[in-house]
Ligand binder design. Structure first.
Ligand code: ADQ
Length: 464
């Protein structure tokens, strides 16, 4: 079996068995455990001599973690700058939040070149190289420049937006061209693939032959190199989560949560604190539920778990303040001496604890304004008790909405519609809940993380 070389911006801490915040980390570790190989990337440290430092290698079973620090300047300009203040907002359709700065683009190219240089001595001819996410789009091109002819794939965990949005990016053509240096480019949905191929065609980076089913395309780059672009919807370890949630139903944490509810219904939301997740709109929708249907006062609690992320970026500080203020207002207005409507927690929980919380909730509320996939939606479904399942209320702008068709799908900007769906979810008859849940669970059992990994790696190895 060929070694798998995973390259991502951040390598998750080597601590086995601990939960990782971020869907990407969970998925990658699964892939590496089965195939064996190297996981290369930033170790989360900042060191001034970073450029001169060689990667530190740590072996754990069949996985070698090869990590390196970033300099303060690279961290500010490449990571906080181009990746998270330019690309992330643009890829999530937030032109209004994107900053454009030639210096941060230069840093982005510089760090991609640095990663290519540092990983080069670790590569062997038969390796399969799998690069992850928007931080590292030009990495494949940098490796090719250094003479690497291995099969190389890229997977984008975010949406790929329409060319109307992306063409605001001064470097759009260069980035699209650089992606054409890979052999395989993966997206979560057909919409993302369609937008990408439009960008390829309109930018002149290559010619596109789309498969009839819209799930893959063959691109011939301007230099003649052929690239396959294809849909690989990421997923979860479904059966494992089903088991974990069934056990966690009896755990101490779940029991404490249930006791604290004293028979009230629970709505749960779990997200990284990020403006793409639609949290202010979600809080407003919950407030509208209480306004429109006062029978929910003292009868429903909303638990929102949102650990802070990227807190060096101004927009993330702003949204955190905004949410604290909103939660304070809503609770101040509606709370009673024995009931608080919103329980808003800025921290992470272990996977088992989360699974128990999902299972204890009658409604899973997942309303991103844009999301590549959204694994929380899938986790919520897998964690339900099949004999008495909760209802998923899901944004139609999450990639997961393409697969979880039996969720109550909403426009997250339309807070009135979300409030109505919450009310419907809270009162949905058991038979309908079971029917919807069974259909989604069936899908998740066959379309799980193993299938995602196997499909991608097979296509990368050239055996689709
Ligand atoms: P994220 O934006 O991080 O991922 P998501 O797909 O929902 O979003 O993954 C979050 C993961 O982190 C889930 O597995 C969840 O259980 C976990 N998590 C979140 N909050 C947590 C908490 N408080 N405590 C513990 N665990 C927590 C990006 C893209 C998504 C895409 C994934 C994978 O933005 O669209 O689905 O990558 O490709």
């Amino acid at each position: 079996m060929n070694r798998l070389i995973i390259i991502s911006n951040r390598v998750a801490p080597v601590t086995e068995g601990k939960s990782q915040a971020g869907g990407l980390a969970v998925a990658i570790l699964e892939a590496l455990k089965r195939q064996g190989g190297i996981w290369f990337g930033w170790n989360g440290e900042i060191e001034e001599s970073a450029e001169a430092t060689e990667p530190i290698l740590k072996k754990a079973g069949n996985i070698t973690y090869a990590t390196m620090p970033l300099s303060r300047r690279d961290h500010d300009e490449y990571y906080n700058g181009y990746a998270n203040a330019t690309l992330w907002p643009l890829l999530h359709y937030r032109l209004d939040l994107a900053s454009f700065d030639a210096a941060t683009y230069e840093a982005y190219r510089r760090v991609n070149a640095l990663f290519a240089e540092k990983v080069t001595p670790l590569l062997r001819d038969q390796d399969l190289v799998w690069v992850h996410d928007y931080h590292l789009m030009p990495l494949g091109q940098e490796l090719r420049r250094r003479g690497h002819g291995q099969r190389m794939g890229f997977f984008l965990h975010t949406p790929w937006p329409s060319p109307e949005i992306l063409s605001a990016l001064p470097a759009m053509v260069e980035l699209v061209e650089s992606l054409c240096a890979y052999d395989l480019i993966g997206f979560h949905t057909r919409d993302d693939l369609g937008c990408f191929t439009q960008c390829v065609a309109t930018s002149g980076a290559g010619t596109v032959e789309m498969a009839e089913d819209g799930a893959s395309a063959c691109i011939t780059a301007a230099d003649g190199h052929r690239v396959e672009a294809r849909v690989f919807p990421i997923s979860i370890d479904t059966t494992n989560l089903e088991k974990l949630a069934a056990q966690a139903a009896q755990s101490e944490a779940t029991q404490r949560l249930r006791d604290s509810l004293v028979g009230r219904a629970l709505i749960v939301g779990v997200d990284r604190l990020d403006y793409s997740k639609g949290l202010p709109q979600r809080f407003t929708a919950f407030q509208e539920l209480l306004d429109r249907y006062p029978e929910n006062l003292s009868a429903v609690s909303f638990l929102q778990i949102a650990p802070p992320s990227r807190s060096d970026v101004t927009e993330y500080q702003q949204i955190r303040r905004e949410l604290e203020t909103m939660a304070g207002h809503i609770n101040g207005h509606f709370a009673d001496f024995d009931w608080v409507p919103i329980r808003y927690l800025n921290r992470s929980f272990g996977r088992r604890t989360l699974a128990g919380f999902y299972r204890a909730a009658q409604v899973g509320l997942v309303t991103p304004l844009r999301d590549g996939m959204n694994l929380v939606a899938k986790e919520y479904v897998a964690a339900q008790d099949p004999d008495d399942p909760g209802v998923l209320v899901l944004s139609r702008f999450a990639g997961a909405a393409r697969e979880l068709e039996e969720a109550l799908q909403v426009n997250p900007y339309d807070t009135g519609e979300v409030a109505e769906c919450l009310q419907r979810a809270l009162h949905m008859p058991l038979a309908e809940r079971k029917e919807r849940h069974a259909a989604m669970l069936r899908h998740l059992r066959t379309h799980d993380i193993t299938r995602w990994r196997e499909d991608y790696v097979a296509a990368l190895a050239g055996h689709p």
